[in-house]
Design a protein around this ligand. Structure first.
Ligand code: BGC
Length: 390
């Protein structure tokens, strides 16, 4: 049972503050800058949203941060956006600071889903609603809502993309009639073990791939198939490159044993894997023998690689839609309402099931970059060609 009743308690305060904020925006109010109210609400005329993002080394999170900030500001909120360099103490300090500065609502994409307990305790004590953004914050009851993509389905999409690249299934996951029977060698990479999403991605992918391992079509030649062994701390590109190099040395005779595909859960990891494969002489592109490598996030550098026929696929998580959903949830919280959920069962954070809103994803291959990425305005054609955003 959820012991907190933030939404009702804060309703009037926020509704009043919003009205004043709206007036201030249209220039009809003399309301000055707020002094911060520690989250308790005292007639302050601005609503402060603290937005904590994990890192700027992956452009996905820069896009998320920018999209959330812009959309919240368009709604009249004051936004304190911080990136934490993938460093846990930096993130905890930033969130402490947001609380001290009077944040009214917190939007947090955690680096380590289990490392924010004292911050969430403080938020709970100050009655500050917490929105867990993309990654579920674990082991604390003061997580009010979760917005994300359907993380299990992301994994299914990654597994399907790998199978499709190997000619085993069509784009929808239906087995191809005259498919290869193998054996085809593959290797597996997982995401960061401290990120709740990583387990879902791996589970979805393995549920999809496993039947083809069981019937002998696919062989994980290294024998490394459990999540803890294949996980990549902090989603590090360098760590992934190193592990792939080690696998090539230990299991693939330095590059002379055939390798058909690599399951990768994130574009940064994919690029590390591809660098290792190219370095070992596996070819420079899919056409000249480079193994099929999957991905996630449609990072511009990887979209270019897909366009160039180097990386096989990525999973497109449109950060614009996630940001928009987060803003809907924040607005509901600010008005004292429960945000609208479309999943109230899946995301148990160890203490409670956190009500969630999950979005759908799309798989990107070379032949749908134009339609899904360029025509939708996510990147321009120039960006895709250059591999550089902005
Ligand atoms: C996100 C992925 C991302 C990964 C690395 C995960 O929590 O859901 O989209 O690839 O973190 O940043």
């Amino acid at each position: 049972m959820n012991m907190r009743h933030n939404f009702g308690r804060r309703a009037k305060t926020f509704a009043a503050a919003l009205a004043v904020g709206a007036l201030a925006l249209t220039g009809c109010s003399g309301g000055g800058a707020g002094s911060g109210d520690g989250g308790a609400g005292n007639g302050d005329d601005e609503i402060k949203i603290g937005v904590a993002m994990p890192t700027q080394t992956s452009e996905r999170w820069i896009a998320d941060g920018d999209a959330v900030k812009t959309a919240l500001e368009d709604e009249g909120y004051t936004v304190d956006l911080q990136f934490a360099n993938d460093d846990i103490p930096t993130q905890t300090q930033q969130i402490d600071q947001m609380i001290t500065n009077g944040a009214d609502i917190l939007v947090i994409a955690a680096i380590d889903g289990t490392a924010l307990s004292s911050q969430l305790d403080a938020a709970g004590a100050a009655n500050i609603p917490v929105l867990s953004y993309d990654r579920l914050i674990r082991d604390n009851e003061n997580v009010d809502f979760y917005v994300s993509f359907d993380n299990y389905k992301v994994g299914v999409a990654q597994g399907t993309a790998l199978l499709h690249g190997l000619g085993l299934v069509d784009e929808n996951g239906t087995e191809v009639a005259d498919r290869p029977t193998g054996p085809l060698n593959i290797e597996l990479f997982g995401g960061s073990p401290d990120d709740n999403n990583a387990g879902f991605f791996f589970e979805g992918a393995m549920d999809t791939i496993q039947p083809f391992i069981d019937d002998g079509t696919l062989v994980v030649q290294s024998g490394q198939t459990d999540f803890d062994t294949v996980a990549t701390l902090r989603w590090s590109q360098e760590a992934a490159q190193k592990r792939m190099e080690d696998l090539i040395t230990s299991t693939y005779a330095g590059g002379s044993t055939e390798l058909a595909g690599v399951l990768s859960p994130f574009d940064g990891i994919s690029r590390g894997v591809i660098t290792a494969l190219q370095g070992a002489g596996y070819g420079t592109s899919l056409e000249d023998g480079l193994p099929v490598v999957t991905g996630q996030d449609a990072e511009i550098a990887s979209v270019k690689l897909i366009n160039d026929g180097v990386q096989q696929s990525t999973i497109f998580k449109d950060t614009r839609t996630l940001a928009a959903q987060a803003v809907e949830a924040v607005k509901a919280m600010a008005e004292g309402n429960e945000p609208e959920a479309n999943d109230t069962e899946t995301y148990d954070n160890g203490v409670k099931v956190v009500p969630s809103y999950l979005l759908e994803v799309e798989t990107i291959y070379q032949d749908n970059i134009q339609e899904k990425i360029i025509d939708s305005g996510y990147y321009t054609e120039e960006e895709v060609n250059s591999g550089v955003a902005g």
